[in-house]
Design a protein around this ligand. Structure first.
Ligand SMILES: Nc1ncnc2c1ncn2[C@@H]1O[C@H](COP(=O)(O)OP(=O)(O)OP(=O)(O)O)[C@@H](O)[C@H]1O
Ligand SMILES: [Mg+2]
Length: 400
């Protein structure tokens, strides 16, 4: 048997005491029965109790059963509302039943067994409604906390992504600076000769203060040497600058020549021979600085591959060509070559086979990024111990 505490409360309302007694006796075993002799008393009881079911007589002095149930619907929406009525009351009740204020009506005189069953079933409905509501609110709470978690996680991910982007941008710039460091030897050499010319010609002017002829000759040479220095510094600045990438119509051969002027000396020092096989190619829309960065990275890799292959005399062949609708640029070396495994991964960011101090593994991922951005393709052919060729192809939009 249920504990008194866990029994549902039901409210029975009838102005006939004898009916209340019968009903109380009928239900008290299973339910906690509250009773009232009028609709008004019933409302007072409802003000203080949660009830699972209200069973009310229709015809009473004061407010009718239907009116009582209509009011109860506002305050106790989940409670099951039942009316006890004689056949003659049905007319009055039709509206209440239709508008949902009355869940069931039981015709007087009632059969105790039937009534008991009807009430039991109604209580089951009540329990289901309450359980549904509880589950729904639990679900809403879970949903809300899930939504909050998703939001928090999204913010975390966004922050991580922003950090990563920033780090990546920094790395790209660092990589560029490292390449410039490598170029420094070459630049110093390039600048050294015009500086020597400037120095010797200024000394000549000072030594012959009255020789106008010599002054003109020396000043002309100084001007030429100064312009040379200026050009070298400018191309270096252009390379190092972080500003937005500018695209323009460029001649790939010119990019090769200018880039080589920065690295050639460095390669000579390592005894590496540079061969240029340049064909006349149509101009392409690209960024001068970025294409120069691509070339520098490929040349630096070639140089490292040659150094690792100490038996050979080093040679790097840079060529340009037009075939069908493609313009190609290739950098071939006779360095150490690559295994299949390396070839599979070489464009991955941070993939390197070099010492930590030597390579970041970013070079080729930057190269691939730049080439792709300008609609080109990059391809590699390599043979272990023999050498490697990188070929970049751009579509030749201008000509047929
Ligand atoms: N010409 C080449 N010959 C042989 N192996 C090469 C050549 N170019 C690239 N590789 C291989 O591909 C790897 C990745 O090259 P990548 O330029 O991306 O990075 P890295 O040269 O190691 O470092 P970083 O360029 O950042 O200084 C190299 O470590 C090397 O193993
Ligand atoms: Mg590299």
């Amino acid at each position: 048997m249920r504990e008194e505490k866990s029994k549902h409360k039901i409210l029975i309302v009838d102005d006939e005491k004898s009916n209340l007694d019968i009903l109380r006796r009928l239900f008290r075993r299973k339910y906690q029965v509250l009773s009232a002799e009028s609709g008004e008393d019933a409302l007072d009881i409802l003000a203080e109790h949660e009830v699972a079911l209200i069973l009310s007589d229709q015809r009473m002095p004061g407010i009718t059963g239907a009116v009582l149930l209509e009011r109860a619907m506002q305050t106790h929406p989940d409670a099951i509302r039942m009316i006890l009525s004689g056949f003659t009351d049905t007319e009055d009740l039709i509206e209440s039943i239709n508008s949902g204020q009355v869940y069931r009506y039981v015709v007087k005189p009632w059969d105790s067994n039937d009534l008991q069953q009807t009430v039991d079933r109604s209580i089951e409905t009540y329990e289901l409604t309450i359980e549904n509501r509880r589950l729904l609110s639990e679900l809403q709470i879970l949903n809300a906390s899930l939504e909050q978690k998703i939001q928090e996680r999204t913010v975390e991910l966004q922050t991580a992504y922003d950090d990563l982007k920033q780090t990546q941008a920094m790395l790209v710039q660092t990589e560029k600076m490292a390449t410039i460091g490598t170029m420094a030897g070459g630049i110093a050499h390039e600048i050294n000769s015009p500086l020597a010319a400037i120095l010797s010609n200024s000394q000549r002017i000072l030594r012959f203060p009255d020789d106008e002829q010599k002054h003109i000759q020396s000043a002309t040479l100084i001007e030429k040497a100064t312009k040379q220095c200026k050009a070298i510094v400018e191309s270096l600045l252009k390379y190092a600058r972080k500003s937005e990438v500018e695209t323009e119509e460029i001649d790939i051969n010119a990019v090769i020549i200018e880039t080589l002027s920065l690295v050639e000396h460095h390669l000579e020092l390592k005894n590496i021979q540079i061969v240029k096989e340049l064909s006349e190619v149509p101009s392409i829309r690209h960024s001068f600085v970025e294409l120069s960065q691509v070339l520098t990275n490929l040349i630096m890799n070639a140089q490292d591959a040659i150094s690792a292959n100490d038996a050979e005399v080093g040679k790097i062949i840079i060529s340009t060509a037009v075939a069908d609708d493609k313009i190609s640029l290739s950098v071939a070396d006779n360095g150490i070559g690559m295994t299949q495994e390396t070839q599979m991964k070489l464009f991955d960011p941070f993939f390197t086979t070099k010492d930590v101090s030597k390579g970041t593994g970013l070079g080729l991922s930057i190269v691939a990024g730049i080439v792709e951005r300008f609609g080109g393709q990059i391809e590699v052919n390599s043979e272990l111990g023999k050498g490697t060729t990188f070929i970049i192809r751009f579509s030749n939009k201008g000509e047929s």
